[in-house]
Design a protein around this ligand. Structure first.
Ligand code: BES
Ligand code: MN
Ligand code: MN
Length: 466
């Protein structure tokens, strides 16, 4: 392990330069105009896997964007780790709010990142994080210090719902067979409070369309007599929360896991400063479900949010129009043990029941995913805990993340494999936002932590077998 650490220290500058090159490729999975860049990013990822010493590296085409795969089998008796990550990124808009162009990375110091942070789309989510694994593997392979078999799978459709990954996993069960899945695509509490993610929220994402008259109308000639679908949509969506900010969709809370007082107390022991939280977001007050703290509102409670709403005239100046249609995109974050399909149906039924006679509504499900809760008494959790403790000098706290990684539940089902969510980002790294960044401290600390995980995991599995 000493050799590995030495190798990592000696190559820090090159690792950073290589990551910066990857960040220059605009691999935006949502926008078909970037299909070639996504393909280029897949090839670049494959090249790095080969250079790290992985074998059988391939860029597997799918009906969408390709999946990159590579492996290194060192010992049939050693446990096998499947590393998962994603090389695709979110669209960078609104562009005008970026201080540097999103695909021209810049390293700058910030208050939270006094050693510097890389500003670019994908720096934290997830290029900077999956690349830590590639470099850690390179170091272990180069120093003959890889104690586990490793399979690496980096996909290009995570930000658009991992549409083709499930099929790939089902078709390649044997190839992907593993003892544990290792993922760095989440956050730690802060750089001096390391944490491991033990919960992710699920997701049900829908679009609604409200139609009034069969064409746009003059808002003077018809206004007041014919239902305006935008007005109606606003009424409908406003009624989706009650005064206590609970979601009113019938049956929404039926399956929600209730945590014991003790569990809630433990969750709230994580450091959280409401004042800084508000200041960082530029808000004077917070808002959420009555009776729950901010940590609970994002970690253990389900939510409903509008992600976009449109209709009618939104151009320059005024146009007097009573539009025919209004639309909204609505996401619900789910917690254990809510089922996204069931919630979709409940939402659809509820939303249709809200519509007055004067309009028709259409509800379309766009994508979804199951929530996950990860136990803290497994071998893999203990190994990750020890690895982080070794690197940070502090035992990591278990933390429930508010975001979603739908494939974690899929790995559980299809590959019968449990995941370790050992991410190194900060919630304040502005993923999906302008000026996304990733701390150099976090990047290097992650690369340092990963080899410890392999070491402890191999040793702990071996001693369990013996
Ligand atoms: N890496 C994020 C998820 C995440 C971020 C989890 C921070 C926990 C902490 C992932 O890339 C993501 O953005 N997922 C999407 C879901 C997907 C179906 C588009 C999300 O959470 O919105
Ligand atoms: Mn991600
Ligand atoms: Mn993301």
């Amino acid at each position: 392990m000493k050799e590995v650490k030495k190798y990592l220290d000696a190559n820090q500058k090159r690792f950073l330069d290589e990551l910066l090159d990857l960040l220059r490729i605009p691999s935006i999975s949502a926008d078909p105009a970037y299909k070639n860049d996504v393909a280029k990013m897949a090839e670049a990822t494959a090249k790095h896997l080969r250079q790290a010493g992985l074998e059988k590296v391939e860029v597997q085409a799918t009906a969408g964007h390709p999946i990159v795969y590579g492996e290194k089998m060192v010992d049939p008796n050693a446990p096998t780790v499947l590393v998962y990550g994603h090389y695709d990124v979110q669209p960078p808009d609104p562009l005008e709010l970026w201080k540097n162009p999103p695909f021209e990375p810049v390293v700058k110091k910030t208050k939270l990142h006094p050693k510097g942070a890389i500003f670019a789309r994908g720096s934290c989510d997830d290029k900077g994080q999956f690349f830590m694994h590639v470099k850690a593997l390179e170091a272990m392979v180069a120093n003959n210090a890889l104690p586990c078999n490793v399979k690496v799978m980096i996909e290009g459709e995570e930000e658009v719902g991992s549409k083709h990954l499930e099929q790939f996993c089902k078709a390649n069960k044997k190839k992907l067979a593993c003892d544990v899945v290792l993922i760095s695509d989440t956050s730690i509490i802060s750089n001096d409070t390391p944490s491991l993610t033990v919960g992710l929220r699920g997701l049900a994402y829908l679009q609604v369309e409200v139609t009034g008259p069969n064409k746009d109308l003059h808002s003077g000639v018809y206004g007041g007599a014919v239902a305006n679908p935008i007005n109606v949509l606003c009424d409908m969506v406003a009624s989706l929360h009650d005064k206590k900010k609970r979601v009113t969709v019938k049956g929404f809370y039926d399956d929600v896991e209730t945590l014991s007082k003790k569990e809630r107390k433990r969750l709230n022991e994580a450091p959280f400063d409401e004042k800084t939280y508000k200041k960082d977001l530029g808000v004077n007050g917070l808002m959420g479900e009555d009776g729950y703290t901010t940590i609970e509102r994002t970690g253990i409670r389900p939510t409903l949010d509008l992600n976009g709403i449109w209709g009618g005239y939104t151009g320059e100046g005024a146009k007097t129009v009573l539009p025919s249609k209004a639309f909204a995109k609505i996401s619900m974050r789910l917690v254990a043990h809510q089922d996204p399909k069931k919630i979709e149906k409940q939402f659809q039924k509820h939303f249709e029941s809200l519509a007055p006679k004067s309009v028709t509504v259409k509800v379309t499900a766009l994508h979804g995913g199951h929530p996950v809760v990860i136990p803290t008494n497994s071998v893999e959790y203990k190994a990750a805990e020890k690895a982080m403790e070794n690197a940070f000098g502090k035992k990591p706290l278990p933390q429930r993340g508010g975001g979603s990684i739908p494939i974690v539940a899929m790995f559980d089902q299809v590959l019968d494999a449990r995941s370790v969510l050992m991410g190194f980002g900060l919630d304040s790294d502005d993923i999906h936002s302008p000026n996304e960044h990733y701390g150099l401290f976090n990047f290097y600390k992650g690369i340092e932590t990963i080899p410890y995980f392999y070491q402890y995991y191999a040793a702990m599995k071996k001693s369990k077998k013996a």
